[in-house]
Structure formats: structure tokens, C-alpha cells
Write a protein that binds this ligand. Structure first.
Ligand code: SF4
Ligand code: SF4
Length: 81
């Protein structure tokens, strides 16, 4: 499933540059993740890169977007064209 950013975001900008899918947008106060672009980093990395770098631990799975690993990989491949 796509990840989402909670209200604990401090807009530090650590996550945005590490996303392989350019899924993270700046925001004030909270950054946001485009669920149509987030693949949990499936296809590109072993684990979600944004969660690794977030100092506020405010990036969590979004149950509104349940997806299997295969679906995430298909999304990644579609994004790559
Ligand atoms: Fe981007 Fe990966 Fe974070 Fe999704 S999990 S927003 S693809 S860095
Ligand atoms: Fe917000 Fe975490 Fe991204 Fe920083 S790394 S902008 S605290 S979601």
C-alpha cells in the first residue's frame, strides 16, 4: 500500500529527494505523498527510503490504498514507462 505522512511532519525535506518515484510533495505544514506514485519503493529499493530518513517517524502505511507487492511492482513499471 502507499505510505502517507502524518501531522507530525516538520517539513524538514529529508524524504523528498530520496524518493525514487518523485511521489513526495512539499507542503505547509505537512509534506504529502501521491498514492498513485508511491510503490513502498518496491522495484527500486529493498525498503521505503523515506521512512529510513524521516527524523519524525511520521511516514506510515495508508490503509486506504491496499496493494499487493505485485501491484506495487506493476505501478513502478508503469511509472518507468
Ligand atoms: Fe517514495 Fe518509497 Fe517513500 Fe513511497 S515509500 S513515498 S516510493 S520513498
Ligand atoms: Fe516530514 Fe519526515 Fe519528510 Fe521530514 S522526512 S519532510 S518530517 S515526512
Amino acid at each position: 500500500m502507499a505510505l502517507t505522512i502524518t501531522d507530525d511532519c516538520t517539513a524538514c525535506d529529508a524524504c523528498r529527494p530520496v524518493c525514487p518515484n518523485e511521489a513526495i510533495a512539499t507542503g505547509d505544514p505537512s509534506y504529502t505523498i501521491d498514492p498513485s506514485r508511491c510503490t513502498e519503493c518496491v522495484g527500486a529499493e529493498d525498503e521505503p527510503q523515506c521512512q529510513l530518513v524521516c527524523p519524525a517517524d511520521c511516514i506510515i502505511p495508508d490503509p486506504k490504498h491496499p496493494e499487493s507487492r505485485d501491484q506495487l511492482l506493476q505501478k513502478y513499471q508503469a511509472l518507468r514507462g
